[in-house]
Write a protein that binds this ligand. Structure first.
Ligand SMILES: NC(=O)c1ccc[n+]([C@@H]2O[C@H](COP(=O)([O-])OP(=O)(O)OC[C@H]3O[C@@H](n4cnc5c(N)ncnc54)[C@H](O)[C@@H]3O)[C@@H](O)[C@H]2O)c1
Length: 332
């Protein structure tokens, strides 16, 4: 694909994955229009720093502070910039907080996603907007017993409001494609980590606390496992989906690593990377947390050429280097 002809709207551009996707698109020659409302889930200063990283690429980037629920404003922005595709990453993203705020999660993740799709179709009257990708999540698989999780598996039993909103996004996307013909991809990300990772997520939290000699909380007996996926691998999958969704119409793809790691092993690796023995406080499993995730990558390998390359250890070392180089921003 010649990205020089692409103008991509990235929602959630100030966030962790959004800032990486934006920088990568710009690096390939695309123009990026980023939107984000600086949801207070974590510090605005961290999100402004993420945006600065995107701006520092020196490519074509414009940013608007905007709420994705404002479909009219989104579609005007898309027309104004002749947006040719959308990567929709804006969301309320935590699993546990969704139990305390299910209404807020449904509003942003479900209504917000419909708003983005409607804006894309409104702006596409002159057939400018040709594709939409949106972030789904491995959490849609709930506590399915059969692993690895394949895209064709049952996703009828999400166990958190967050997971339910992500499954709802997939259904909304499928319906929207059926009605409009707009090519739409739903990408099921599996626990993403790396530089600029959200501060609430385990690897960043553990690197921070273990390096300072603080106690970390381990929920469950340590056997819970996640298919941790390095952000550069996720970005390569996102771009591959952007380039190929036209051929599929509507498609769901897993983007994971196919190398799940148990929590106790993750904590041990954190200790090795920061050079300090972790101090662990064990608490019961939290409501909403699934027992394990593990991506079956057969479909994304075959159809997208997706091939993750970064091990957890290697990615964690890169993330730790980044945290040390940005001590002020991450509060180390
Ligand atoms: N990080 C992961 O491990 C992971 C795993 C599965 C799925 N996802 C999904 O990937 C996407 C990106 O996640 P992330 O980890 O980068 O999270 P993030 O919180 O860093 O980024 C999301 C961004 O969306 C913005 N946002 C929230 N509500 C908005 C609204 N109403 N209008 C405009 N912007 C809004 C936030 O301010 C934030 O900057 C999300 O959809 C998330 O659900 C992430």
């Amino acid at each position: 694909m010649d990205y020089g002809n692409e103008c991509v709207l990235v929602t959630g551009a100030a966030g962790f994955i959004g800032s990486h996707v934006s920088a990568s698109l710009i690096g390939r020659g695309a123009k990026v229009v980023g939107v984000d409302n600086f949801d207070p889930y974590y510090a605005r200063s961290m999100k402004e720093h993420n945006l600065k990283m995107v701006e520092d690429t020196g490519g074509s980037f414009v940013f608007e502070e905007m709420d994705i629920e404002d479909s009219g404003a989104l579609s005007s922005l898309m027309s104004q910039h002749s947006v040719s595709g959308v990567v929709h990453l804006a969301a309320k993203a935590g699993v546990r907080p969704s139990i305390a705020d299910p209404v807020g999660y449904a509003r942003v993740n479900v209504t917000g996603t419909q708003s983005v799709l409607s804006a894309a179709s409104a702006a596409g009257d002159g057939s400018l907007c040709r594709r939409v990708l949106a972030a789904s999540s491995s959490s849609v698989y709930g506590n399915n017993k059969t692993v690895p999780f394949g895209e064709g598996d049952s996703v009828e039993h999400p166990i958190s409001p967050y997971a339910a909103t992500k499954r709802a996004c997939e259904l909304i996307g499928e319906t929207h494609h059926h009605l409009t013909g707009l090519p739409i991809a739903m990408l099921r990300f599996f626990t993403v980590f790396g530089p600029r990772q959200r501060p609430d997520l385990a690897i960043r939290l553990f690197l921070h606390k273990v390096s300072k000699g603080e106690t970390i909380t381990m929920f469950g007996d340590g056997s819970m496992s996640r298919d941790f996926t390095f952000v550069d691998d996720i970005v390569s999958g996102v771009l591959a989906a952007y380039e190929r969704i036209d051929e599929f119409g509507y498609r769901i793809w897993n983007l994971g690593s196919d190398h799940p790691m148990e929590l106790h092993e993750l904590i041990r690796t954190v200790g090795e990377v920061v050079g300090r023995e972790p101090i662990i406080d064990q608490l019961p499993m939290q409501a909403g947390d699934v027992d394990r995730t593990w991506a079956d990558l057969q479909r994304s390998k075959k159809e997208l050429g997706y091939a993750p390359t970064t091990s957890i250890r290697e990615g964690m070392e890169k993330q730790w280097e980044w945290m040390q180089a940005h001590r002020g921003v991450v509060g180390l």
